[in-house]
Design a protein around this ligand. Structure first.
Ligand code: DP6
Length: 366
């Protein structure tokens, strides 16, 4: 599919008012997206586990404007309160998506959003937030053009979410989602994420992700700035080639269930991501001393126990500890005893692989 395929046909139905709610999960990348081209096109393909506990719930109330204008008319509420400082990001999102959602300028939108995880946890909500908003918008459009297929619905939601935040396109469906053109994956696209349909060994069923909140402060460098620094980066071409290769390797690992190979690939991806940050110009470090302390303890525990936990990182200091379902008791005890002392106030989130976004409600007035 190409961009133009997401421009809808003329709307067939009239809807004056509607209220639509979707809940979208967060996701954690195994092969990382780091570097992008114009229009939110990723520099390399990525794949993620869809999460379950960390999610954003968004309600959009639509009301047809009496006097249509070419402005975007909306209010944004976060956890029940107006949040003005988030509006420029949403306006930018509407600018990027209006060609694909021509109804946007004809309606007033009241957007209300809340997260399942604490606001100041250092966990980015842009992926789950943009995905939930995109789903509400496409769902509304489905009322105007009812014959849109389920497959097109999901693709368009992912396509739009990507225009809000790249990783958001992997927060529509579950439980493994791949984004970015990859020669070994039919149907893969730079424009949207697709549900991973390759073979997945039962070792990965119900996989756990315990998120250790090491540092809840504001990040020094945003992901968007970090992506930009991959232009003119001395190692960018090698990194992009490596991501293609790692994705192919991960596909075989997912099929075979080889947990040792999984650990090596996932940890290497996390450290490579941070190595790219440290070798950018300007360079920066998002890990904190406790991030390294946790990593070292995970390695030591793995050596002395028969477990298969590993870590991954996103663009921050927090650590995601991944482990199989049948090792959960032993690993979680280790986390409690040895890793939580390195988290701010012992804070952590017990999450696991999930199944994608869920519609909560729709009410319509035609
Ligand atoms: C390190 O999706 O947050 O988490 O597209 O600029 O919004 P923007 O960036 P974002 O980048 C996420 C980067 C990452 C890796 C990943 O999720 O693949």
């Amino acid at each position: 599919m190409i961009e133009k395929d997401f421009i809808p046909l003329a709307y067939q139905q009239e809807v004056n008012e509607a209220k639509i709610t979707w809940k979208s999960p967060s996701n954690i990348a195994l092969v990382k997206y780091w570097g992008k081209k114009a229009n939110q096109i990723p520099a390399n393909p990525s794949i993620s586990f869809t999460l379950s506990a960390c999610a954003t719930t968004t309600t959009v109330e639509f009301e047809k404007k009496q006097n249509p204008s070419t402005d975007f008319d909306f209010d944004f509420f976060f956890e029940g309160r107006p949040k003005e400082d988030f509006k420029p990001k949403i306006t930018a999102f509407f600018e990027r998506t209006k060609a694909y959602l021509p109804f946007l300028e004809s309606y007033y939108l009241k957007i209300s959003s809340s997260n399942s995880f604490p606001h100041s946890s250092g966990i980015a909500s842009s992926a789950s937030g943009m995905a939930a908003l995109a789903l509400c918008l496409v769902d509304f459009e489905r009322r105007l053009n009812p014959e849109i297929s389920e497959a097109h619905f999901n693709r368009k939601a992912s396509f739009l979410a990507r225009l809000g935040s790249g990783s958001a396109c992997r927060s529509i469906e579950g439980s493994l989602v791949q984004w970015g053109a990859h020669s070994g994956t039919k149907e893969s696209s730079d424009l949207y994420g697709i549900r991973y349909t390759g073979e997945v060994h039962p070792n990965f069923n119900r996989f756990h992700d315990t998120i250790l909140l090491v540092d809840k402060g504001q990040k020094q460098v945003s992901s968007t700035v970090g992506h930009g620094l991959m232009h003119d980066h001395p190692f960018s071409e090698q990194r992009f080639a490596q991501a293609h290769h790692n994705l192919s390797s991960l596909q075989s690992i997912l099929a075979s269930g080889d947990l040792k190979a999984f650990i090596q690939l996932v940890e290497s991806e996390a450290l490579t991501l941070h190595a790219m940050m440290m070798t950018s110009l300007p360079y920066f470090v998002l890990m904190k001393p406790n991030t390294l302390e946790i990593i070292n303890r995970i390695w030591a525990f793995r050596q002395t126990s028969d477990t298969h936990l590993c870590f991954t990182l996103d663009a921050g200091a927090n650590v995601h500890v991944l482990y199989p379902e049948n090792e959960k008791k032993q690993v979680y005890r280790f986390i409690q005893d040895e890793l939580l002392p390195f988290c701010e106030h012992g804070q952590h989130i017990c999450d696991r692989i999930g199944f994608g976004a869920k519609k909560i409600t729709t009410t319509l007035h035609t």
